[in-house]
Write a protein that binds this ligand. Structure first.
Ligand SMILES: Nc1ncnc2c1ncn2[C@@H]1O[C@H](COP(=O)(O)OP(=O)(O)OP(=O)(O)O)[C@@H](O)[C@H]1O
Ligand SMILES: [Mg+2]
Length: 606
């Protein structure tokens, strides 16, 4: 029998059930309770916050603050849905400065746990307490501030309880939540206890010090400080240099007006700024604070406030991407190229914080000298080379061979020297006028191809190659739609791709520079990037992300045997390529040793 046959009358839901349903959106696990409680403490102007967890926060969470407190006659209101002291009108919502504004968190938490609220304002003689399930405050002991204790989360809601993970996992989520708030409020001190054991403590500090206190030395050693402002918008914080990129995106913290959020626009802007020096699968680490006029951003778009919406996403994207690009450009060529060393002290614009010296030079045997890109090389080597402009490459030529022509053997002293041999199918060994160089051929070639693609696209002359045998590959409906929607962008990049079924695409042309690689992987990579960007007009930075993906697929792979001529041609190309000393993954592309360093190592003449 269908449910319709015995229809029940429409009824208003009881208040508790409403709160329990609302809690479903806001309170997912102990960490979400903790986030709400600590945000309330910060909103109340607390200078010091103590957090006590038991059993990963499942059995008990207590947050004790020294903030302004709640008057006794408002205690039960604090637990009432849609009751808040933070906004009173739509106007105020649109320019909200506090973390809270819905008047919903405590009511939701109280609906799915046993919540005790104890508070004392500055002028009160003593504290007042509201026990679980009561609405009448009773006198209690306590210092100024508020204590919220939450016990037995979801005990009364078994369906929810089932979804909680093991205690250590929930504890981990709690720590993540606390860390995010601690990063945003460095002037507040935090102490965290788990099962009565002290597990974290952060004293009031500067924003930068707090970052290294919370996240460890990574940002200290590899950080680049960023401080950019443009009218009403500013970006502060630390990003890590490309060489320190990670395999996972687990160290990316974005705060918009002090609120930790995930945001596609900003993430994409950051990614695209790194695109020149970092490839798709490597992840930069960053802690960035975006400050923007509150009326230019809507914070009320996600039930747990994990997302915001910018009024002018384009402007935010441009600003962030520009700021990060600027910060990164200060590091081009500044990496330490000694094989065993970390980053050099001189190359570190951010002075080491207390506790870490940030320098590992002592570990290295050779303190090799970097040869940063020098535009003068171009003139010096031009006459000896017969390099083809990328635009002149005819569609039919295989990519690798087409890129290079043999260089004259009696050429002048080139910065990267003359290739002698290929080593382990990966490196090129070359003799320079002053020593020896080893070059990572894939990384170097990737950089060269990237710059060539960029040049070709800039001059709107991306050479295209029509495939004799079109490549058909299976995709999702979404990808088919995307390919059709982005037809123009794809064409500009040298691709001709069309639907050949609800879940298949046919690739008919590709950029000639890349025609030799794995075309399906190339097309998929480009689609993936386009999905991130959306079908809007491609901004320069977004375009560069795409080109980096393409270059990675087009670059010569390890174990490909190169002739000496090909190797030399690659070295000459590198000398002509801007920032060729850093590959798209942020790793150095070559290392150099002076004869004098070799002599010293072999104790010659001593
Ligand atoms: N630690 C605290 N110190 C002082 N006042 C508090 C504290 N926690 C809650 N309050 C008061 O209780 C009210 C309700 O808190 P609750 O977290 O439910 O809502 P909110 O913070 O106003 O909005 P949101 O639901 O977005 O968090 C707050 O507006 C505030 O006045
Ligand atoms: Mg709140």
């Amino acid at each position: 029998m269908s449910a319709m046959s015995n229809r029940r009358p429409i009824c208003a839901l009881p208040d508790l059930l409403i709160s329990q349903i609302a809690a479903g959106e806001v309170i997912e696990r102990p960490a979400s309770v903790l986030k709400e409680l600590v945000e309330n403490a910060v909103d109340a102007g607390a200078q010091s916050v103590e957090i006590r967890l038991e059993a990963g926060g499942i059995r008990r969470i207590a947050v004790i603050d020294d903030g302004m407190g709640i008057p006794s006659d408002e205690l039960s209101l604090a637990l009432t849905r849609h009751a808040t002291s933070k906004i009173t009108s739509l106007d105020e919502l649109e320019s909200v400065h506090s973390m809270g504004f819905r008047g919903e968190a405590l009511a939701s938490i109280a609906a799915v746990s046993q919540l005790t609220l104890i508070s004392r304002t500055r002028d009160a003689d003593h504290a007042w307490s509201l026990e679980p399930g009561t609405t009448q405050a009773v006198a209690a002991a306590g210092a100024q501030g508020t204590t919220v204790e939450v016990k037995y989360l979801f005990d009364a809601v078994p369906a929810r309880r089932k979804f909680l993970r093991a205690e250590p996992t929930e504890f981990g989520h709690c720590i993540d939540a606390i860390e995010r708030i601690a990063l945003a409020f460095p002037e507040v001190s935090f102490r965290v206890f788990h099962n009565d054991r002290a597990v974290r403590q952060w004293l009031p500090a500067s924003a930068l010090k707090r970052i290294s206190d919370v996240l460890g030395d990574e940002f200290n050693e590899h950080g680049i400080e960023l401080n950019a402002q443009s009218g009403p918008i500013s970006l502060l914080g630390v990003i890590t240099r490309p060489a320190a990129a990670r395999a996972r995106a687990d160290r990316q913290f974005l705060f918009v007006n002090g609120r930790h959020v995930r945001d596609r626009t900003v993430s994409h802007a950051i990614r695209s700024a790194y695109a020149d020096v970092l490839h798709g699968d490597r992840q930069p680490a960053f802690v960035l604070f975006l400050q923007i006029d509150p009326s230019a951003v809507d914070v009320n778009v996600h039930p747990a406030k994990h997302e915001v919406r910018f009024r002018d996403t384009g402007a935010v994207h441009r600003f962030v991407s520009h700021a990060v690009t600027q910060a990164l450009s200060g590091t081009a060529g500044a990496h330490q190229i000694s094989p065993t060393a970390g980053l050099s002290k001189a190359a570190q614009p951010w002075p080491p914080l207390a506790g870490g010296d940030g320098v590992r030079d002592s570990a290295s045997r050779f303190s090799s000298t970097p040869l940063p890109y020098n535009p003068a090389w171009q003139q010096g080597s031009q006459s000896a080379l017969h390099l083809r402009e990328p635009t002149s490459i005819s569609g039919g030529l295989p990519a690798w061979e087409a890129l290079y022509q043999p260089a004259a053997q009696d050429a002048p002293a080139w910065p990267l020297g003359r290739a002698l041999a290929q080593v382990h199918g990966i490196y090129i060994l070359s003799q320079t006028s002053s020593g020896l160089a080893l070059i990572d051929m894939h990384a170097a070639h990737e950089r060269v191809v990237y710059e060539q693609l960029k040049h070709a696209l800039d001059s709107q002359t991306m050479p295209q190659q029509t495939l004799l045998v079109p490549v058909v590959f299976r995709v999702t409906d979404k990808e088919v739609a995307l390919a059709e929607e982005c037809h123009e962008q794809l064409a500009a990049l040298g691709f001709e791709m069309a639907a050949s079924g609800p879940q298949a695409l046919t690739l008919r042309s590709v950029p000639a520079l890349l025609a030799r690689g794995d075309l399906e992987a190339l097309a998929r990579g480009v689609l993936r990037d386009l999905e991130q960007v959306g079908a809007s007009r491609l901004l320069t930075e977004q375009r560069n992300t795409l080109l980096a993906t393409m270059a990675c697929h087009g670059a010569v792979r390890a174990n490909r045997q190169l002739t000496v001529e090909e190797m030399n041609a690659l070295l000459r190309q590198m000398e002509q390529t801007e920032r060729a000393d850093q590959c798209n993954h942020g790793r150095p592309t070559w290392v150099h040793w002076n004869v004098s360093e070799l002599d010293k190592f072999f104790l010659r003449g001593q």
